[in-house]
Design a protein around this ligand. Structure first.
Ligand code: BJW
Ligand code: ZN
Length: 240
């Protein structure tokens, strides 16, 4: 199953890896969709929009505090480490929708965070923005300017950080191989990145136990988890 992919990786000049929640599942961070996904338990419109936050910042912060605590104790898994190992042999850029920072903690060097980072907090009014690893005693936490702080993540209806998005599109358009790992590819605009890559002649390879809406556009779909497939793949690449 891995042989054709090993050759494509070996032959490629520039690899872009698009990742989503599935790659962090084995680190104990739930995905959003699917049988045990967060959106089965919670309504995204009550927790992941600016309107929801303005209406009930305490509720939204309680949800984020629980997830921040989980993410702060989570560790990168074999899938994250395999990608950082691949960077020893190939030119790799990661475009992640994840807000958990696990790629960076696994040692990956070039990571663009499309949907922000849950540990970074920003003021809703002034320019304050900082990584805050503490758990807040009073919710919602306040900035020194007196206004409410919020997690520096991208909610539904909000634009992705412009510079990050511009760079992500440029990376997608200039790679010759894109690996798409652990994302359902239902959230825009991140789900357009494989199409930008394909329009510029790149090969698309998906690693996901389930089909996605863009599976038919893939040159190859590996129906396995990232922990099952990425370490074996990177081993093969490093040996030949
Ligand atoms: C494994 C595995 C294993 C399992 N190994 N794989 C109507 C109203 C308003 C907006 C819209 C609208 N219609 C469309 C929109 C646009 C909207 C959108 O796309 N909505 C769709 C859901 C319909 N997008 C936006 O709003 C974006 N902004 C935007 O477009 O701005 C312009 C605009 C403004 C106004 C109006 C319209 C346009 C922003 C999107 C922000 C997404 N934010 C979240 C939350 C981040 C913060 C937080 O975490 O709290 O980002 S939502 C959530 O989904 C999170 C993820 O990054 C994102 C993608 O999810 P992902 O990573 O794909 O995870 P899952 O769970 O979906 O999939 C996991 C996959 O892993 C599955 O396929 C499994 O099979 C697989 N898997 N185990 C490998 N072990
Ligand atoms: Zn402030």
């Amino acid at each position: 199953m891995f042989e054709p992919l090993t050759k494509q990786i070996k032959d490629s000049k520039k690899i872009v890896i698009v990742t989503g929640a599935g790659i962090s599942k084995e680190s104990g961070i739930p995905t959003f969709r699917g049988s045990n996904g967060l959106w089965r338990k919670y309504d995204p419109m009550k927790l992941a929009t600016i309107d929801a936050f303005n209406q009930n910042p305490v509720l939204v912060w309680e949800w984020y505090e629980e997830r921040r605590a989980n993410i702060l104790t989570a560790k990168p898994n074999a899938g994250h480490y395999a990608i950082s190992e691949l960077e020893k042999y190939k030119d790799v850029t990661i475009l992640t929708q994840n807000i958990d920072g696990l790629h960076q903690r696994a040692g990956s060097k070039t990571v663009l965070e499309l949907h922000g980072n849950i540990i970074r907090t920003k003021c809703t009014v002034c320019n304050f923005k900082e990584n805050l690893r503490v758990s807040f005693e009073t919710l919602p936490p306040k900035c020194n300017c007196g206004n409410i702080l919020r997690p520096d993540v991208v909610w539904f209806g909000e634009e992705l950080p412009h510079d990050v998005w511009r760079e992500a599109v440029s990376q997608a358009q200039s790679c010759d191989l894109m690996l798409i790992v652990g994302t359902s590819l239902v959230v825009s605009p991140a789900n357009s990145l494989p199409l930008y890559a394909k329009q510029n002649g790149a090969k698309l390879i998906e690693i996901n136990p389930e089909k996605t809406p863009i599976s038919s556009e893939m040159n190859l779909s590996i129906r396995a988890t990232s922990v099952e497939s990425l370490p074996r793949l990177v081993d093969l690449v490093s040996f030949c």
